[in-house]
Design a protein around this ligand. Sequence first.
Ligand code: CA
Length: 235
Amino acid sequence: MPETILVVEDEPSLQETLAYNLKKEGYTVEAVGDGMVALESARRLKPDLIVLDLMLPGIDGFEVCRILRKEMNTPVLMLTARDDEIDRVVGLEVGADDYLTKPFSMRELMARVKAQLRRARLIREELWKLSAETPQEKISFDNLVINQTRREVILNEGPLKLKPKEYELLLFLAEHRGQMLSRGFILERVWGWDYIGDSRTVDVHVRWLRQKIEADPGKPERIITVRGGGYRFEG
Ligand code: CA
């Protein structure tokens, strides 16, 4: 299957040139010229790579990249017109995987595109091998994978750092997907009979987990609070 590239560039002639050249190389290309539209396209398309111009109408490339980083691990190749923005582009602040300063040649762009796609492919294969080792020990929910053998949780193709009790709580919730679990029951099963504490411990850990696994911790879609009851894991 051809790899899919989302091109975000507001300058019509450059957008056209980029799309044309990438298609010629055999990629499936969708091109947009606006930051908000780019977010929608990325979520729908789940592209293999995003070529993202920095200066865009609406929300700029910085903001687009920052938002997407929380949702997916798709490599981002940033296009910038100014050298002095490069530190921000590749730094932790935004987290683009690579950048090109305008003007650039199509040959240069193509080399960067191929390098990023190759890297992403290697990571995918590596993760696939890991998960293939112990299929029965793996619980997956879309972009969230719990590997019990390794006590490892993968979110958006990257490992997630969890404290031991966060991991045990997540695993317990995941094993009872779709069931309403009371705080008392969770406390008893995850922390044990002899645990000295109260059900607020559960709430605190759920809050920490949500910050790590929910796209928007303020509007959780994975760990749902059941009014007057406890929690339900939706997957
Ligand atoms: Ca621009």
